[in-house]
Ligand binder design. Sequence first.
Ligand SMILES: [Fe+2]
Ligand SMILES: [Fe+2]
Length: 304
Amino acid sequence: MRPNRLERGALNVGAKRSGEGNPTAVAFRIAGIYAAFAALWIVLSDKTALMMFPDAESLGHFQFAKGTLFVGVTAILLFFSMRTYAASAMSAEAELKKAEGEIIARLARAAEYRDDETGNHVLRVGRYCAAIAGALGMSDKRCEVLERAAWMHDLGKIGIPDSIMLKSGPLEPDERTLMQRHSKIGADLLAGGSTPVVRLAESVALTHHERWDGSGYPKGLAGEAIPIEGRICAVADVFDALTSARRYKAGWSLEDSVAEIRAQSGRQFDPMVVEAFLSVLPMIEAIRGELHDADDAFKGRYAA
Ligand SMILES: [Fe+2]
Ligand SMILES: [Fe+2]
């Protein structure tokens, strides 16, 4: 909710008093204190030196020692203040990243909640995507961004009516058309994001149902016209859907699910991505065991 005028005024006063949120004011205050102490040191130490060392040679030695001491003390103070600054900047960034991750994960869970009560589907798909991306040689950073982005692949299900989401039998053609709108709805919800995760999430949400042979939706893109992250998420999402039990179907065995992914190589899926998936199958199995539907991994990972 937008703060009212009184609250905005209080926030501004608080910020002005503490100098927080204004780096120039903070830096100016530190530089001012430093300049005052330095000037005081120069004046007082020079006067003391002139009184204590009347001859030029001993005065020269004293001035050298004084200068060296000043540089040493300044360097130590600078070291500690920079270390404090860097530590607080790094912990603020880590906090922000954690908060972003939690908000994204909970948002993704809201979309999955109606057809997957534990919400572990989105976590598994994210981890599978990261494992496959790693096998394709993507950097750790890129894998991490993809994992988070993949959590939101079905965000658009928020906009699908309960009559379709909760239906236990197979969908009629018009219901299926409506269900397919979730990829476009999700991309619209995520459009215009300012962080790499949200920008990638928009692309993954839009393209995770495109098929390598061009028979997917919403645009019927084919081959490398589909972003690589969408091609990865397609494999991860289908594998998890096959192996998981739903209210309308039992889960397939690992062998049958892998055989289906292999059979769809070059048709539904990019063969290169299928190869990468098969190369990390032991890791995929471990993730599947770790994030089993019986456990509410969300509680363990994201509860405040
Ligand atoms: Fe989907
Ligand atoms: Fe999904």
